[in-house]
Design a protein. Structure first.
Length: 287
């Protein structure tokens, strides 16, 4: 079966999907995106993702490409037409197509929208979580507005490629003061030797992760001790556990950082338990 994409009002074969050469997403990275998990035939936390999409659009002064309810419908349609039971659905909205100019386009230029979906192996993800991943630190070099989920991801690409070339699956950005900000495509967490979960406040140089928010709700419900504060690279080296969160990874244990073993070098009980509980706390919408 051919994959199907949605491009500016049409469902088309993925192989034939295209945007205009002067789409501002291509010319200026002038756009935003969201990624939603598809789990067991359900779209996960779509209302929260659409809330964040709306905020990103507002911050960049881009209009919704269609009514929010219509976007929600398209997300479900693309997942259904691609027969994705476990995987991801991607939505991108740009300021639209216009003659290349740094100024905003003239009134009447409609935003562009693209939605794609792809399947992934739940079994492979579970196996990865049983093993854990390695992370490689990288100097923070992004623009200050990382709270907006823009398509301008070149710094993230370079950080994650550096991680891959050094045996890692993810990068952790480290600011000038030596504190971890977040991952190249995830939020970063540690569990101290005292059992305290620590993650950086979402108001301070990180993206307000949807998965992060759900995990915080689980932590509170389970009565676990946590602190929202910056943690240093040194503190991470000495942590009992570490993990990352994102729609693409859910809760993924980190077992090595810059080649050094975290804890006993195996996924910790806290991260594993949070992963186990995650989908019991999410908003699931049947596709």
């Amino acid at each position: 079966m051919s994959r199907i994409a949605y491009v500016n009002g049409q469902y088309v074969r993925h192989a034939d999907a295209a945007v205009h050469v002067e789409d501002r997403g291509y010319q200026f990275a002038d756009g935003v995106y969201e990624v939603c998990e598809v789990w067991n035939g359900n779209l996960v936390d779509v209302p929260r993702h659409l809330d964040r999409l709306g905020r990103s659009l507002s911050e960049l002064r881009i209009d919704w490409p269609m009514a929010r309810s219509a976007v929600n419908f398209v997300l479900h349609q693309v997942v259904r037409r691609n027969r994705v039971r476990d995987g991801l659905v991607y939505i991108q909205v740009t300021r639209g197509v216009s003659r290349r100019d740094h100024f905003f386009p003239p009134e009447g230029v409609a935003p562009s929208i693209v939605v794609t979906a792809r399947a992934s192996s739940a079994a492979a993800a579970a196996a990865q979580a049983e093993e854990g991943i390695a992370v490689v630190s990288y100097p923070e070099n992004r623009w200050p507005r990382v709270d907006i989920k823009t398509v301008a991801l070149l710094p993230n690409v370079l950080a994650k490629q550096n991680a891959r070339e050094n045996g890692g699956k993810e990068a952790w950005y480290v600011d000038a003061a030596g504190f971890v900000t977040e991952g190249g495509s995830t939020n970063a967490w540690i569990v101290t030797k005292e059992g305290v979960l620590v993650t950086r406040p979402a108001e301070d140089r990180i993206l307000r992760g949807i998965t992060r928010a759900v995990v915080l709700e689980i932590i509170k419900k389970e009565g676990l001790t946590f602190e929202e504060r910056p943690f240093s690279l040194e503190e991470a080296f000495n942590a009992k556990e570490a993990f990352v969160t994102a729609a693409t990874t859910v809760v993924m244990p980190v077992t090595r950082l810059d080649g050094k073993m975290i804890g006993n070098g195996h996924p910790g009980s806290v991260a594993s338990r949070l992963r186990e509980l995650f989908h019991t706390a999410t908003d699931l919408r049947v596709v």
